[in-house]
Design a protein around this ligand. Sequence first.
Ligand code: FAD
Length: 401
Amino acid sequence: MTVIKTTCCIAGGGPAGMMLGFLLARAGVSVVVLEKHEDFLRDFRGDTVHPSTLELMHELGLLDEFLKLPHSKVREVSLQIGDDHLVIGHFEHLPVHSKFIALMPQWDFLDFIADHATRYSGFDLRMRSEATDLLLDNDRVAGVRATTPDGPIEIRADLTVACDGRHSTLRARAGFSVEDLHAPMDLMWFRISRKDSDASEVVGHVESGRMLVMLNRNDYWQCAYVIPKGTADEVKHAGLDKFRNSVGDISPFLRDRLHEVDNWDKVKLLTVEVDRLRRWYRAGLICIGDAAHAMSPIGGVGINLAVQDAVAAANILAEPLRRGTVTLDTLKSVQQRREFPTRVTQRLQIMMQNNLIGPALANQGRRPRAPWFMKVMQWPLLQRIPGRLLAFGIRPEHIHA
Ligand SMILES: Cc1cc2nc3c(=O)[nH]c(=O)nc-3n(C[C@H](O)[C@H](O)[C@H](O)COP(=O)(O)OP(=O)(O)OC[C@H]3O[C@@H](n4cnc5c(N)ncnc54)[C@H](O)[C@@H]3O)c2cc1C
């Protein structure tokens, strides 16, 4: 059995793990990042790089290079609920360098971070390497067991960080208790080609019994058809024609292209989960990102929250990791720093689920109407609030490590 020793072992090369690995390596800490897939080229991982993340790129001196990657800019997010047209957020007034959301395939974002991280000698990214279990020294986590193309390995580390997403193996192995906050919907994802004459912004449209969100990926729309939780089989059973018609009823301008969705293999089911750990850490181990708190896709904040967790964790952990002085209190301060933003963000997502999405999906008759609090937010001064929340989240982090 090969045994590798490092200061920090990060399981999972998503936004949380890659950003944390990069920042720690940049701060002089040796890290091994394990990613179970062979590349970052997986679809449907969310594409929304918000101003908070773009501002971090600026702080790292990487913004100009980052924005050379193909992306589209969302300067305003709007939503149609029945006959009500609402602006959910616009970003021109924000005091940041990039006053927009960059819609960029997540694999480009992760490749970019990986490329910069590998410039530091302490950064060791191992693809096709899956963390399967925790190594324990008495009750203290001392690293992980992993499978790799060359066979099983052990990584012994002063600290292990679980960034392995919402179905985290390590958080399950650690026995952490999870609070399930429930989501009333699942998503069916598919692509439809985009014409230059189409709108360019994010399009969200809620009608009775259904909802469609469309993300502009330049030459195609990434579409999310929102369905009541657990009803994917019913939708499929009703047939592809009915599915296409329903999409066409919500967004008639797509009708001439709906034949592109010509079999169910082109429609992927993504189950939505919202949960969080009561306690994110134990001796030798901490969870961040979706492993600590799975986020609903509402607002497209998950990637950005995961990145914020990584920045806070790097700020707090870099020095103690270098000195070998990470204690339970150090880990506790990471949870304390990030738990409040997580709770508030999830509460807002649940408010949207309970007051808008759940009722709209349950209602098969009357056209839905925008809830009162969303209408109030249309007043010009108040309209800035959701824009700021979307852009920065709660308690935005800055690079200190
Ligand atoms: C349907 C849907 C749509 C979404 N859309 C958006 C959006 O548009 N914008 C947005 O900001 N957020 C979106 N989100 C949320 C967002 O995807 C997550 O919040 C975010 O990716 C969390 O980042 P993470 O690094 O914590 O975890 P993940 O992105 O899940 O990354 C975890 C990584 O760990 C790897 N891994 C898993 N297990 C292991 C293991 N045992 N060993 C090694 N590697 C492992 C995985 O391959 C993966 O690369 C969406 C979520 C869903 C469900």
